[in-house]
Design a protein. Structure first.
Length: 285
């Protein structure tokens, strides 16, 4: 009997099914999307997919595993729910990086908060200017802090925060080389001899200036966590102001209090904060 060749569509389906990884068992009671999510998670946990690595597109996963788009999206949603994957609009899905915690119940610097968790961040000093703070539209009003520094923080080679700090004019004599090795609080305490007595901290969600978004690998339309800290020595005037733009998916704040925490009673109206103009830190220097 003469053998009849199957249609091309049937050939392609057969080939896709035979080449799909054995991670998906069609006769299992476990849904396919959960099997797919488990397979990707094993790739992440084993290190085959490193933090920040892009995942294959939905179309590629559909072809690789011979599943529907709905199945792929359900699997990705499950991974996102468990913090294994992050989605970036217009870019795709990526393996989530390590989440960093910052305790707010003690007065400590940003760098020190990381080291307390055994994390040694990679830092890059982007700028140390003696007078840029005096001309900066985003500088804190009413503060005489003309020295400006900008520092990029990364963990696992992935940028997650950009610090813009404003310091007293006496800090200008420090020089760029030493500023690259010292934290803001070290500059204040060890170089200027100031003792930090108190600090005020605010945290909000905000779109970053374009240049900040580029350094963090974000789009200008993406939101970041913005932490602002104003520190005081023994006096009414602030001795430093720091604004930190943080990739929200990689950072979380933690606060411990004694007794019950009644959040609803703590909520109060504040004046509406106007987003700073994007041109502020985009100015060519």
């Amino acid at each position: 009997m003469r053998r009849v060749a199957p249609p091309r569509a049937a050939k392609r389906a057969s080939k896709a099914a035979s080449s799909a990884p054995r991670a998906l068992q069609r006769d299992s009671v476990e849904p396919l999307y959960r099997q797919l999510a488990a397979y990707v998670q094993r790739q992440i946990d084993s290190g085959a997919l490193a933090p920040g690595a892009p995942l294959a597109s939905e179309t590629a996963l559909m072809a690789q595993f011979d599943v529907s788009r709905v199945t792929v999206r359900q699997a990705m949603a499950l991974l996102q729910q468990h913090g294994k994957v992050v989605a970036r609009r217009g870019k795709g899905r990526f393996v989530a990086g390590r989440v960093v915690q910052h305790d707010l119940d003690s007065l400590q610097g940003f760098y020190d908060a990381l080291r307390q968790q055994g994390i040694e961040p990679q830092t890059t000093l982007l700028e140390f200017s003696a007078d840029a703070g005096a001309l900066d539209d985003l500088a804190p009003p009413g503060c005489d802090l003309p020295v400006r520094l900008q520092r990029l923080y990364a963990v696992d080679a992935l940028p997650f925060a950009l610090v813009v700090g404003y310091l007293p004019r006496e800090a200008a004599a420090l020089g760029e080389a030493r500023a690259a090795r010292l934290t803001v609080y070290q500059i204040l305490q060890e170089y200027l001899g100031l003792r930090i007595a108190r600090a005020e901290v605010t945290i909000r969600s905000q779109r970053p200036p374009r240049v900040v978004a580029r350094h963090l690998g974000l789009r200008a339309a993406d939101e970041t966590l913005v932490m602002e800290r104003k520190s005081f020595a023994h006096g009414a005037a602030a001795c430093e102001f720091m604004r930190i733009y943080i990739v929200s998916e990689r950072y979380e704040f933690r606060l411990r209090v004694a007794g019950p925490l009644e959040i609803a009673r703590s909520v109060h109206r504040v004046s509406e904060a106007k987003p700073p103009p994007s041109r502020g830190t985009d100015r060519k220097r």
